[in-house]
Design a protein around this ligand. Structure first.
Ligand code: UDP
Ligand code: UDP
Length: 263
């Protein structure tokens, strides 16, 4: 079924995975009011549903709750450094408020909750125009177009392959009821955007050159998850290296481009 979580939903279910919300900056900033509504009204409706049918409910939270982090790597106990009124706030504060709602429904209504803080994730079936860095760089490299680095490219991210992320979410959902999170799910291998661009140019055997563009406002300077908690409580850690993951993702986009050229 298709449903907009900002409206009530009456169904009979055992488990809810609430992943509703665009996650790419260009998409969530396109209609920021709707982005906040999706996270906040969406969480209220899904928690109301979970309460009525006594379902277990998982929230896809985000490393964005840490904002531009002053603690590195990010541990779950860190409260974050978030701008309340900037262009990223609709996403960051929406997701933070959703976490608040999850913990209040847990304390007030004894709901079984699971809050995962998802760090940068990539992989096959991303939209070619998703706008996030991995798909942008791969599409640019495969087309021989300039690789667009925002800012000086020394900002860091840590990228998790999608299959590892899904394994982490499933492990969290099936964990003991005491395990509520929040719990970081991500890959600890951190690199700069220059290093990412070079890796993708190399793996695509591309002749693209690097082009520098303006850095978006409030772009976090560094990001890497501390995943000790996920290792300990979920016995989970990522298995796919960046090179393996990028190779599979590049193969997916190559096939997508070839298919488009055939029609
Ligand atoms: N809700 C829903 N599906 C349900 C139960 C509730 O979508 O099966 C929505 C409902 O519209 C409400 C929200 O979830 O606005 C919060 O529900 P809750 O029972 O916590 O609050 P209340 O209805 O008491 O305001
Ligand atoms: N970025 C970039 N070029 C692009 C897209 C993104 O240099 O074409 C940078 C962006 O400024 C940020 C990092 O790559 O520092 C990750 O951006 P993304 O939008 O993928 O996710 P974020 O972690 O910022 O939510």
């Amino acid at each position: 079924m298709r449903h907009d979580v900002t409206f009530p939903l009456y169904v009979e279910v055992d488990e809810i995975f609430n992943l509703a919300c665009p996650a790419s900056p260009i998409h969530y900033q396109h209609d920021p009011v709707q982005t906040t509504k999706t996270s906040v009204h969406g969480a209220i409706n899904m928690l109301g549903l979970a309460k009525r049918v006594r379902a277990k409910i998982l929230q896809a939270s985000t490393s964005e709750v840490y904002g531009d982090p002053a603690i590195h790597p990010q541990i779950e106990e860190y409260w974050g450094n978030v701008n309340a009124i900037g262009p990223r706030s609709c996403y960051d504060e929406g997701k933070r408020c959703a976490e608040t709602l999850f913990f209040d429904y847990h304390r007030q209504h004894q709901l079984r909750i699971k809050v995962a803080r998802i760090f940068n994730t990539y992989g096959p079936r991303m939209h070619p125009n998703d706008g996030r860095v991995v798909s942008n760089f791969i599409m640019q490299a495969l087309h021989g177009e300039p690789i667009t680095i925002y800012g000086d490219g020394r900002q860091t991210r840590s990228f998790c392959y999608v299959d590892d992320l899904i394994d982490g979410l499933m492990a969290l959902m099936t964990s003991d009821d005491e395990v509520t999170g929040p719990i970081n799910i991500g890959n600890g291998a951190e690199l700069t955007m220059i290093e990412l661009a070079e890796a993708i140019i190399d793996l695509c055997r591309s002749s693209s050159r690097i082009e520098y563009r303006a850095l978006p406002q409030d772009d976090p300077k560094q990001r890497r998850p501390d995943i000790a908690k996920a290792r300990r409580l979920l016995n989970w850690s990522p298995k796919v290296s960046l090179r393996q993951g990028l190779t599979r993702t590049i193969a997916y986009f190559e096939e997508l481009i070839a298919r488009r050229e055939r029609v």
